[in-house]
Design a protein around this ligand. Sequence first.
Ligand code: SAH
Ligand code: SF4
Ligand code: F3S
Length: 447
Amino acid sequence: MALKKVYLATFGCQMNVDDSERLAWLLARQGYAPADAPEAADLIVLNTCSVRAKAEQKAYSLLGRFKRLKSPSRRPIIALAGCIAQQEAGNLLARFDHLDLVLGTGALGRLPGLIQRAEAGQRVVDVGLDRELPECLRPPLGAMPVRSQVTIMQGCDNFCAYCVVPYLRGRERSRPPGEVLAEVEARLAAGAREVNLLGQNVNSYRYEDWDFVRLLKAVSARPGLLRLRFTTSHPKDLTPALMACFDRLDNLCPSLHLPFQSGSDRILKLMGRGYTRADYLSLVARLRAVRPDLALSADVIVGFPGESEADFGQTLDLIERVRFDGLFSFRYSDRPRVRAAGLPDKVSPETAARRLVILQERQKEISLAFNRALEGRACQILVEGPARRGGLLTGRTAEGKVVNFPGPAGLAGRLVQVTIERAWTNSLRGRLGQDRMTNQLLQDPRA
Ligand code: SAH
Ligand code: SF4
Ligand code: F3S
């Protein structure tokens, strides 16, 4: 029998990327090989995100385009998975008559049975949130990428006023440490060299008497793990013990994603974030005292309901004070059920768009300045493999910056020295080896 083919499109955060990887594994067990294009697929899965209105529109527009793939002679199964599936459930089947399967964020473990029902011609909805992550990670299929991610917890209990995630991913559930460690080991055995521990709020990981710091230390000690990172951290839960890990754990990279969302205390309060701008700035100062070369990135929202020019000015001021290496900035959009949707004084789309441009332009200058400061310096790069273009290799610095450089393919998975020749806002170009002059700077390439 010819192998069935699946086309998988993923939107959204790293949790969704991880879910898609699990989906691919589970489907492979049911005889599905990857398809290069939706036209060639017997099963099409859109793994969707609902965090902002724009993400939702993008998924619907792609789903709409798949309608034409169904004809009397060819009827691929079309499935919508992820956060929009969780949000809209059965409404989706009524709205899109070419849709066969709606897979909520908790339905992954039940995928085999659900697919069988869809293959038998049923239209199926499963949005139960009760189940744990499926155990599908024993022998991975083929080699692992050098950079790998491991989900350690699901869901979120914070209910920030703007955010739909707690409604779509449910309450916080931490995975048993034994399972996390086994998955890390399986990935290392299959070729991974860097692991990113994932969760909406990893700092609040708790499983019996294991907290996040204990888990981080245990993962860090796994043989063969060259680099360790974690995302996302919530400022209100970043403990001194966790900050100290940046000094103590050799393979913990000097990079931290610490969303601040707004620089204005008034807006932070409306958002329900549980910290002030002073708290945030003090965390940054303490982190940099522990690890001066720490590269910080963050998420920020502009145009939250009631945000005045003065509030926005506070956000701009915060990015000047902190100087993030990178920033993910978003225009606020109303989401179903969230508290902020009912707040007065909505900011006009024009004002929010203008603020976003100002913020992004300024951040571009800051990011470029950080990258330019690396020109001529030697950095330690973990090689990931061939770059997308130009016959180059690609890898990252310990701080997480992308570097492309010429070199032999066999270097994938190894740490090499690369001298940075040219810097742009989002990437760097270098050459293998290092100048004797800059040798000493290897200790602290940002000094
Ligand atoms: N758990 C992570 C990330 C959640 S979603 C955290 O707590 O930081 C990723 C980012 O999307 C958020 O950090 C926030 O900046 C943005 N976001 C969430 N809801 C939004 C909304 N309604 N409008 C605009 N941006 C939003
Ligand atoms: Fe959303 Fe806040 Fe939870 Fe992050 S911490 S997922 S922003 S509710
Ligand atoms: Fe999007 Fe769901 Fe992640 S809403 S950001 S895919 S948790």
